[in-house]
Design a protein around this ligand. Sequence first.
Ligand code: ATP
Ligand code: MG
Length: 254
Amino acid sequence: MYNLMYVVKKDNGGFMDTHKNMLTEPIVDLKNVCISYGKDPDVLSNVNLSLDKGSFHFLTGKSGAGKTSLLSMMYLALKPSKGTVFVFGSNIGYAGRDSMAMLRRRIGVVFQDFRLLEHLSAYDNVAVPLRIRGMSENEIKKRVKELLKWVELEQSMDKICSTLSGGEKQRVAIARAVINRPEILLADEPTGNVDNDIAAKLMKLFVELNKLGTTVVIATHSKDLIAEYNYPQIHLENKSVKVIPALRRSAHEN
Ligand SMILES: Nc1ncnc2c1ncn2[C@@H]1O[C@H](COP(=O)(O)OP(=O)(O)OP(=O)(O)O)[C@@H](O)[C@H]1O
Ligand SMILES: [Mg+2]
């Protein structure tokens, strides 16, 4: 049987073990943050939001509310027009290019539009973060194959990404985001293109990673997902952020 834990747990070279001393402060901390594009009005205004290490949140709000913009800021790809952003305790306003790149390596991200290397195979896309880390090709092969099996892409791992379906690309993007067992996982509509069975499997992957310590934020429009898993929501409305606590304990938490 497939052993999910092989990929996500048996990994002493990952970042999580080497940064245990950061347990006490929020892993993401936004203070009076505004997001705007050019001279357009603010998308989000005066946002204050702290995410504890190991937390799991859904990110909700209607289309255009600013979910992707907020995730881009947490991924350090978008600077706030006002306010201060701390990620892993570092004020990113003062972070240079190299330290931003180092911080980003600790974050797994699933982009809404996937952003795969389209000319490479599914296998090579998922292998990228491990190659950057300098892992041996033998070990990479074991891990990438296991994870692609889990997301039901075993038969398609040698296909060039530009030839994959939307749902297949989405699973490659997810596998690439989690293969390095990131400290933070930011996933933008990660189950938007797949059927319910695969969506449940992908959610299981996120829940397992979270149990191992990864802080997870999942942007979604799916009321079913929110109702079933019942994690707290970061809800965006009228340029503001409201955290809606989980009402009951999720059946998937234990
Ligand atoms: N690169 C950009 N340049 C200018 N405006 C942008 C840019 N990216 C996003 N916006 C604007 O910011 C607002 C928020 O967009 P964002 O993509 O963050 O919303 P969203 O909540 O992710 O929506 P969806 O649910 O449709 O993905 C929108 O009004 C959008 O037009
Ligand atoms: Mg979006």
